[in-house]
Design a protein around this ligand. Structure first.
Ligand code: SOE
Length: 397
């Protein structure tokens, strides 16, 4: 743990949205300056949400002085330095474009947008703003898991060698009950896509980030297992209660796809919210000529490493506990051996974002990185729609 001794200039943040992501961002904005030297002192100065009562309760909980219900007013406020977008996807593009035009730094939750066209426009605006010293970043938080940041280091140091396979899944089960309500994440007009964009996007990001490969082509299947659901009576984060009316699910419940990369690897992906018993199983395995890496977020402080360069007799996977001060981000936290949780990835995200603002450098992942992920998501949807599946009944056994 480091001693903080910062009299840094303040950075006034407007948080737009205060549900699950808004909450975890709020606590990350507050924790980051307590544990990391940032060069600036962020403070959430205003929270914005459509429901005045809920926004006020949130503001009290996080000690936020101002509450607003119109994001346009917040974005136009000259005292705001940063706009943090934690809304459903359909609002990412209008808020980000307005904020960048008003000269605000922008942190935008993932996926970057609901459509490729929006992502292209947002990227152009972000790059024009960057020329004026305005920074922007997409919130692919899992990159900041210490075990995954360490995995990236191992790959870039050549420990895995030439990569043949990337095997990635993101499995949850929170909507497996057919009577779970039709929350916004299940509506195309709000979320853009379903499991694909919400959780599949994370593993697409990680596959590319960890390996330095880029996905060049995909072949995909998607499915909506439950076609109608009760409308929402009330919701809180990922929980919701049902009303008596029903509506249609307009996004995928699961997506599976295979891919090629620009450096000649084959990749497989699966994103599902119907993987009964799997709660937040973001798993990725990479196989290379010199060894392999394997990670499961349900055991997020561990990284499994296989060194294929030694003797065959001792060449199995070894478990590294990524809890030492030498590991990425860990020297800011607890004594060696004491692990971290889901929320810490967001603290690291905020810390990296603010440090880049202070240094005047482009944070990563940029909107252009977010756009590259949108291209993969769009290709998956196009492939699934084309339904180019070779029917097994074409064969005679
Ligand atoms: C819901 O599937 C969700 O909250 C995602 O939207 C987040 O990105 C992920 O971190 C956890 O699950």
């Amino acid at each position: 743990m480091k001693q903080m001794h910062s009299q840094a200039p303040s950075l006034r943040v407007a948080l737009i949205g205060h549900s699950f992501m808004g909450t975890i961002h709020a606590q990350a904005w507050q924790s980051a300056p307590r544990f990391f030297e940032l060069g600036l002192k962020p403070e959430v100065a205003v929270v914005c949400g459509r429901n005045d009562d809920a926004a006020s309760v949130f503001a009290t909980k996080f000690d936020i002085p101002q509450v607003e219900n119109d994001w346009r007013k917040v974005v136009a406020d000259p005292s705001v330095d940063v706009v943090d977008i934690c809304t459903p996807g359909h609002l990412h593009s209008p808020i980000a474009l307005a904020a960048l035009a008003a000269g605000k730094h922008v942190l935008c939750e993932k996926p970057l947008s609901n459509s490729l066209g929006e992502a292209e426009e947002m990227t152009a605006a972000a790059e024009a703003a960057q020329e004026r010293g305005i920074q922007s970043m997409v919130g692919y938080s899992y990159r900041r898991t210490p075990a995954l940041a360490h995995a990236r280091q191992l790959v870039s140091e050549g420990k895995i060698g030439r990569i043949f396979h990337i095997r990635a899944v993101y499995l949850q089960d929170w909507i497996v009950d057919e009577e779970f309500p039709l929350v916004w994440r299940l509506q195309r007009e709000h979320a853009g896509s379903g499991a694909l964009g919400d959780i599949g996007a994370h593993v697409v990001d990680l596959a590319q980030y960890l390996t330095g490969h880029h996905i060049t082509g995909v072949s995909a299947l998607t499915e909506t297992f439950v076609k109608t659901r009760p409308l929402v009576a009330s919701s809180d984060g990922l929980s919701a209660t049902a009303s008596d009316e029903r509506g249609s699910v307009t996004v995928d419940d699961a997506a599976v796809f295979i891919a090629r990369t620009d450096k000649g690897a084959l990749a497989t992906f699966e994103a599902s919210r119907f993987a009964t018993g799997r709660k937040n199983a973001l798993r990725i395995e990479i196989n290379g000529a010199r060894g392999s890496l394997a990670f499961d977020f349900e055991s997020m402080n561990e990284l499994w490493v296989q060194d294929n360069t030694g003797s065959r007799a001792s060449s199995g996977f070894s478990r590294i506990l990524v809890t030492e001060p030498e590991h990425p981000y860990m020297d800011a936290w607890w004594p060696a051996g004491h692990g971290l949780g889901y929320e810490h990835t967001f603290v690291h995200e905020i810390a990296d974002f603010v440090r880049n603002i202070a240094a005047g450098t482009q944070p990563s992942p940029s909107f252009r990185d977010g756009l590259a992920i949108q291209r993969v998501l769009a290709a998956v949807e196009a492939s699934a729609q084309a339904n180019a599946v070779w029917t097994a009944t074409n064969y005679e056994f």
